[in-house]
Design a protein around this ligand. Structure first.
Ligand SMILES: [Zn+2]
Length: 218
């Protein structure tokens, strides 16, 4: 398990760089960013983290729509998380976001990256109990604990992390996001947030060919 620190000031001195926000991914996505299947806009590149602690040699990269995610909620696989989920199903539900589970590869073209480029830090903890962002380890909520269908946790982002990704000054603002009644209005216009700051769990499928995302307050 690896603790993840999104901001340099939060990272302990003995942590190491495990990825970055913005910039360019070591990923061949063709000529341009993937298009959102809900609104058609090109989804900008957000970040890459090294998940080789969980899947040797693998990086996890995220593209996320900033045009329609004020009105959409990421879809979950129809298969319960406690059961094996195929790579094909995981990819099918990726409409307003796109996860790439990949090796470091030469990129084909520059992708649109609206974030201020900065490193993400990680540190191996002494204890396995950790409540904030992490790579690997156990999720807060157990799915399939009884039947042994535990998907490998690639990345967990907790609400308490308050992850805000700094927007470059010339980049478009994210559309306002209000998922549930009672959620605060999205006023943080200088940053992007993922799923209104609701906890995000990204798992590997059982075939380890793809990743899927689950969100919720648990
Ligand atoms: Zn969209």
């Amino acid at each position: 398990m690896l603790k993840v620190f999104w901001q340099e000031p939060d990272a302990p001195r003995d942590s190491r760089i495990i990825g970055s926000c913005g910039g360019q991914p070591q990923l061949n996505v063709g000529d341009h960013c993937p298009a959102c299947l809900k609104c058609g806009a090109l989804m900008p590149y957000f970040f890459t983290v090294d998940v080789s602690d969980v899947l040797p040699g693998k990086l996890l990269s995220l593209f996320y729509c900033i045009s329609c995610t004020g009105n959409t909620v990421p879809e979950f696989p129809a298969t319960p998380v406690s059961s094996p989920i195929s790579g094909a199903e995981a990819q099918e539900v990726q409409k307003d976001y796109r996860l790439h589970l990949h090796s470091a590869e030469p990129r084909s073209a520059d992708v649109f990256s609206p974030l201020i480029h900065r490193p993400i830090f990680g540190k191996t903890p002494r204890s396995n109990r950790y409540q904030f962002s992490k790579i690997g380890g156990e999720p807060t909520k157990f799915w399939g604990a009884e039947d042994g269908n535990i998907h490998k946790l690639l990345l967990r982002i907790r609400e308490s992390d308050d992850v805000r990704l700094a927007r470059s000054s010339d980049s478009p603002k994210q559309s306002a996001y209000k998922l549930f009644d009672g959620d605060p209005d999205f006023i943080e216009q200088e940053h992007y947030i993922l799923v209104n700051g609701i906890p995000v769990y990204i798992f590997a499928t059982h075939d380890e060919q793809a990743a899927f995302l689950v969100t919720g307050r648990f």
